[in-house]
Write a protein that binds this ligand. Structure first.
Ligand code: AMP
Length: 457
């Protein structure tokens, strides 16, 4: 396994990488970073989600090194406003200790602020082709220093007007430069452009993660709430076949709580937790420990798990149904690797059923439901959790139908009236029962499973 430290990146970048929570380079990063650092032209056929942005930004930031002059030395052409913002944000995150400056210019919004950003002096310009040409023709951009030219998501740049713009841009930028082209697909137009554009490029093809690998069996369980999820999780982890299990949670807090809970149940020798707040070294250590016995349970978030390649994972448990649907594919792709078979289990609350449908649509498969096992205790759903789910389900209905006003609001109204009634009843009753109730509330029973007593191994 390669590490970011193996590339000729500097401390400023390595620190930013660690803060971003990247543990290991993705496949495209492994190949593209050394090639770009070596000054070569690169054609990367890779989709979003493969880590392609950092694959070209990291070496570029390294080469540009520190702020110099006022005019851009790297030009990154992008097709959409969203991508331009995203690339700008990644430059900010990865370049935060380099001092390198950038501007993002895109059509469809006013040019005034964008021009002001350029005038401040920049090293990198992220631009849509049309806006780049407009600003160039108006004299706001000096292109003479551009030494690195990137086309990101090139396949989406290829509309009719683009070829024209593209050839005009090629006339504007200096001939001696490094060219990098990234495209999700290898269409005829992309081939043509790369022929016009790239000089003996290194070609990198990253096949998208196999859509829900055939070696992974999938199932889901309907689970009413968080505490019942914990009961179900314990039920599975007690089974022998769960030899190496990764548990995915949606937030760092949940991952941390579940991890600590499992540590109490199974002992610290069997469990590791990785999420964005852990240092890179801690994460690498956790990964190594998981790879080698006796750690058999790894609790993590999606960010922390990107790019991990661990063979022999027997089970992936989606403790939380992923709400970024591509993450489902990434998650379950952690098992069933290298021709081994694996199993993925997803816990689905009533509020997650909507997401499950979307996931099925994405992967073009129906994930079979399994019967909730007998003997696993179903715990009643607490009020706050119920409210959160109702709110989420309203949000989903609103997404599908923007006119939907939401039953939750009605429920909320009813709950408010009930609360007022209860408060009044409480005030009215000056009996002992209210006192004893108050006393009891000073010594509440165990309402949180996270706080439950230790259980040995
Ligand atoms: P991209 O393919 O560039 O759109 O990146 C997809 C996502 O992967 C982004 O959220 C990146 O922050 C993240 N990412 C990129 N490289 C890594 C890495 N080496 N480890 C973990 N996450 C990464």
């Amino acid at each position: 396994m390669q590490l970011f430290q193996d590339f000729k990146l500097n401390k400023q970048l390595l620190n930013a990488i660690a803060e971003m929570g990247y543990t290991t380079p993705t496949a495209i990063q492994e190949k593209a970073i050394p090639a770009i650092l070596g000054g070569q032209d690169v054609m990367g056929i890779a989709q979003t989600g493969t880590g392609k942005t950092a694959a070209y930004l990291l070496p570029l930031l390294r080469i540009l090194n520190y702020p110099q002059g006022d005019d851009p030395r790297a030009l990154i052409l992008v097709p959409t406003r969203e991508l331009s913002i995203q690339v700008g944000k990644t430059i900010e995150d990865l370049g935060k200790y380099t001092g390198l400056r950038h501007a993002v210019v895109f059509g469809g919004s006013g040019a005034k602020d964008q021009i002001a950003d350029i005038k401040k002096g920049i090293d990198i310009l992220v631009a849509s082709p049309g806006r780049f040409l407009d600003l160039y023709l108006e004299g706001h951009i000096n292109s003479r220093k551009i030494k690195h030219f990137v086309m990101d998501e090139a396949e989406r740049l290829m509309d009719k007007s683009f070829m024209n713009q593209f050839h005009r841009i090629l006339e504007i930028v200096p001939q001696k430069r490094q060219n990098l082209l990234f495209s999700a697909t290898m269409s005829d137009l992309v081939k043509k452009i790369s022929g016009d554009f790239l000089d003996f490029p290194i070609e990198i093809h990253i096949t998208p993660e196999v859509r829900t690998a055939e070696t992974v069996s999938q199932e889901y369980y309907k689970v009413p709430n968080m505490r019942t999820k914990l009961n179900l999780l314990e039920h599975f982890l007690a089974e022998e076949e769960f030899t190496k299990t990764i548990i995915f949670c949606k937030t760092k807090v949940i991952a941390s709580n579940i991890g600590k809970y499992l540590e109490r149940v199974y002992g610290v020798d069997e469990v590791r937790i990785i999420h964005g707040n852990k240092t890179q070294q801690t994460r690498i250590n956790a990964m190594e420990a998981f790879r080698n016995d006796p750690i058999r349970i790894l609790v993590c978030t999606d960010v922390a798990a990107r790019g991990l390649d661990i063979v022999d994972v027997s089970h992936v448990i989606n403790f939380d149904t992923p709400i970024i649907y591509e993450d489902y594919v990434h998650r379950i792709g952690r098992t069933g690797r290298a021709f081994k078979t694996g199993k993925s289990i997803t816990f689905v609350t009533p509020a997650d059923e909507y997401h499950l449908k979307k996931i099925s649509r994405l992967i073009k498969q129906t994930i079979p439901e399994s019967i909730f096992p007998e003997g696993v205790r179903r715990v009643p759903t607490e009020y706050d959790e119920k409210q959160d789910m109702a709110r989420e389900m309203d949000r989903q209905k609103h997404l599908d139908d923007p006119n939907f006003k939401g039953a939750f609001h009605e429920k909320k109204e009813a709950a408010k009236i009930l609360a007022i009634k209860n408060a009044k009843a409480l005030k009215d009753s000056k009996t002992e029962s209210s006192n004893s109730k108050r006393n009891r509330s000073k010594n509440p029973g165990d309402s949180s499973k996270f706080g439950k007593a230790r259980r040995g191994k």
